[in-house]
Design a protein around this ligand. Structure first.
Ligand SMILES: [Zn+2]
Length: 64
């Protein structure tokens, strides 16, 4: 019997964290009534990730 541990890659973790932060930013700071997964939303995620780690997000996540 093999036991596997699911390890979340640091980049995926950061991607998820920034994604959720951006939703919170839309609601709390920008006072948007909604925070949609628009092209601009993903552009901002990519921009932040580029500034933090030098490459854009993988972003296959987020179609929730
Ligand atoms: Zn989302």
């Amino acid at each position: 019997m093999a036991i596997r541990e699911a390890v979340l890659a640091p980049k995926t973790f950061l991607d998820t964290l920034i994604h959720e932060f951006m939703h919170r930013y839309d609601y709390e700071v920008l006072k948007f009534p909604t925070s949609l997964h628009t092209a601009g939303f993903y552009y901002r995620l990519g921009d932040v990730m580029k500034k933090l780690i030098g490459q854009e997000t993988i972003s296959n996540y987020g179609k929730d």
